[in-house]
Design a protein around this ligand. Structure first.
Ligand code: PLP
Length: 425
């Protein structure tokens, strides 16, 4: 499709958008008598109107039935988990029984390290991104120490080449090859939170497994954003949060994928709790842990029905819109943004702004990161004052991510126009 940089084109794209009406499913925060141009689906997805009613259902059931709410009502709590796994499995390309909804992301990464990082003799190294999301860095550091190892010896933090912002695929594969005899685990982000770079997870998985390492992905910026095929790519494990592109509310419940080949493998270690115990015999409360024979066998604690309800409300919208249709719009909205940004680059002072997200569509999702070489903070403040909600990452990066379910082509056009005005001041 060829675009033209006009408001008329923006409006025409919105007019032709088969998902346009889904915007009305979301509460758009107000700004100055109107609505914000909210471009932060990568940080905290917006609240669906229906979330409140879903939460209310849980409260009503609790009020009506007390503890019997586990078995009674339209949505017995004991079966709530099963309503989440099928829609999530579609979004991450897993089999439904390979998905468990539990805890939060960092907690889940620790738990997955217990199962999939088993340092032995020479094979003790973990390959990860340099400057991974801070929580992931703290997880690595403390988990490795807890095992009595030295993070400086065990952790191989690969950085982009000097002067470059993103990773070259060949460098990741070369690092795997370089450490092949010592590599226990590759734990990588699916999309880098800072640059928005989307990695070739199939190729990384293949290369890591070929040298005998396990492979996991942090999908915080992937789940609900782009298509992935965890099962078909043979990924060992993955984890994500639900409050970014999955719109399930601040601190929403996390999700984990574990390939089915591990579900009945007694050699895989895990930290267990009663909620991962075989369902048939759980309430006999006997000694000796017997796991559920699916990814649910990794669950530990009584889950929050309120968090499930918020997650369900958001996943229902994904189901109604259709994951394939969401992806089609995501791609076109993203092409529109890039078309406008590339036009913008040609009309602002040279060197004012650098796009550090990869320019090829296969290497990015919804997010674009702009490195502001001049007056970055002023620019960010001016956008905010204009009701355009993006975020600021030190030292000087503006991140934004228009998302298919609630952003419009017009909003993207207005964002770029306002940015042009600020940069040309
Ligand atoms: C958002 C994000 C997190 C957040 O972890 P929580 O435990 O949910 O707070 C972790 N890792 C990455 C890569 C993220 O983008």
């Amino acid at each position: 499709m060829t675009f033209s940089n006009t408001i008329t084109q923006a409006l025409a794209l919105d007019q032709a958008d088969p998902l346009a009406h889904f915007r009305r499913e979301f509460i758009i925060p107000p700004h100055d008598g109107g609505e914000q141009i909210y471009l932060l689906g990568n940080s905290l997805g917006l609240q669906p109107y229906r979330t409140k009613a879903r939460l209310q259902e849980v409260l009503d059931s609790w009020g009506q039935y007390g503890v019997e709410g586990w078995f009674m009502g339209d949505q017995p709590w004991l079966k709530y988990h099963d309503t989440l796994t099928a829609p999530l499995a579609k979004v991450v390309g897993a089999l439904p029984h390979e998905v468990v909804v539990m805890n939060q992301l960092t907690v889940n990464l620790h738990l997955l390290m217990v199962s999939f990082y088993r340092p032995e003799a020479k094979r003790r190294k973990i390959l990860c991104e340099a400057k991974a999301f801070p929580s992931d860095q703290y997880m690595f550091e403390t988990h490795i120490r807890h095992l009595g190892l030295d993070p400086n010896e065990v952790l191989v933090e690969l950085a982009p080449r000097a002067g470059e912002h993103t990773f070259r695929q060949e460098d990741i594969l070369a690092a795997i090859e370089q450490h092949k005899d010592e590599l226990a685990l590759v734990l990588w982000g699916g999309i880098n939170y800072y640059t928005g770079q989307l990695f070739d997870m199939a190729a990384i998985t293949k290369a890591a497994q070929a040298v005998g390492a396990k492979v996991g992905f942090d999908l915080a910026h992937v789940a609900g954003n782009v298509v992935i095929q965890l099962h078909n790519c043979n990924v060992d494990f993955a984890a994500w949060c639900s409050y970014k592109y999955l719109n399930s509310g601040p601190g929403g419940i996390g999700g984990v994928y574990i390939h089915e080949r591990y579900h009945n493998d007694a050699s895989v270690h895990r930290f267990a709790g009663w909620w991962g115990y075989d369902k048939e015999t759980r309430f006999r409360m006997e000694k000796g842990f017997v796991p559920v024979a699916t990814a649910e066998g990794w669950n530990l604690s009584t889950p929050s029905m309120l968090l499930y309800a918020a997650h369900k409300a958001a996943l229902d919208i994904v189901e109604e819109a259709g994951w394939e249709a969401i992806q089609q719009k995501r791609q076109q909205l993203n092409s529109w943004l890039w078309f406008l940004l590339e036009q913008l680059e040609a009309t602002i002072p040279a060197g004012a702004m650098e796009i550090i997200t990869p320019r090829t569509a296969e290497s990015r999702g919804s997010q674009v990161s702009l490195l502001m070489h001049r007056d970055g903070r002023t620019c960010f403040d001016a956008l905010t004052a204009a009701g355009i909600i993006v975020d600021w990452r030190e030292p000087n990066v503006i991140r934004l991510a228009p998302v298919a379910l609630y952003n419009t082509y017009e909003e993207v056009w207005r964002f770029v126009e306002v940015l042009r005005g600020i940069l040309n001041k």
